[in-house]
Design a protein. Structure first.
Length: 225
């Protein structure tokens, strides 16, 4: 497919955890156990609402600024190890791969926006099984601030070679919606990550769908038309 000039390029920037892969609750359990092992009692509902933040920001969000920051790396490492046990069982959400392939076939440049990297990202991409449709991956490791800061979305726009006004960001958390809104792109929320519709809309979602299958079935009439 010929690369369109920047003024014609369209970017579909898509979050991964909870948006394309049903992994948010694995993250929740892994973080909860990491906190428990370190002597912290953090309710699972609070952990779930924080999923989607970069590791350091998630720890700060849940434990506060007066925590022993010297143990942040230990907590992140524990979460990474605990979450790793699910790599071979990560399930793609309904029609996740078909959605990416359809967008690619219709001329969208598909860029994944995720904080995952290395073996974790490889496991997620195996679950989605649509590598041929993915042009690039924008990781939180590539920017100074992760979501809800706009930098991950802005980096994805650079990778796609598309302006903000010709881009749509699809995600499942309020952090996604805030990042996309701050970057000036249209935001689409999905409910499959477990965050209520009202919260996504309040954070900036222009439209909300149940999951990738619902979004795929509605492409002709939504922001990705």
């Amino acid at each position: 497919m010929t690369t369109p000039p920047p003024e014609q390029a369209r970017a579909a920037i898509i979050d991964v955890d909870g948006t394309l892969v049903d992994s948010n609750y694995f993250h929740t359990v892994a973080w909860w156990e990491a906190f428990r092992q370190a002597g912290h009692r953090v309710p699972m509902h609070a952990v779930h609402r924080a999923v989607g933040l970069p590791s350091s920001d998630l720890v700060a969000h849940l434990l506060g600024e007066d925590r022993d920051t010297a143990r942040d790396a230990e907590l992140s490492a524990a979460h990474k190890t605990l979450y790793g046990q699910y790599f071979d069982r990560l399930p793609a959400l309904p029609d996740a791969g078909r959605l990416l392939r359809r967008l690619h076939s219709e001329g969208w440049t598909v860029v994944l926006a995720t904080s995952a990297g290395g073996a974790e990202l490889s496991a997620l991409r195996r679950a989605i099984d649509a590598d041929e449709a993915i042009a690039a991956t924008a990781s939180a490791d590539d920017v100074s601030e992760g979501k809800p800061a706009p930098e991950p979305v802005e980096h994805a726009l650079e990778l796609a070679g598309a302006p903000a006004e010709r881009a749509v960001f699809v995600g499942d958390t309020v952090w996604d919606m805030r990042a996309g809104s701050r970057a000036g792109v249209r935001c689409v929320g999905v409910l499959c990550g477990g965050i209520p519709r009202a919260d996504l809309e309040k954070a900036g979602a222009d439209a909300v769908y149940d999951d990738p299958a619902h979004l795929l079935a509605s492409l002709s009439e939504g922001p990705l038309a």
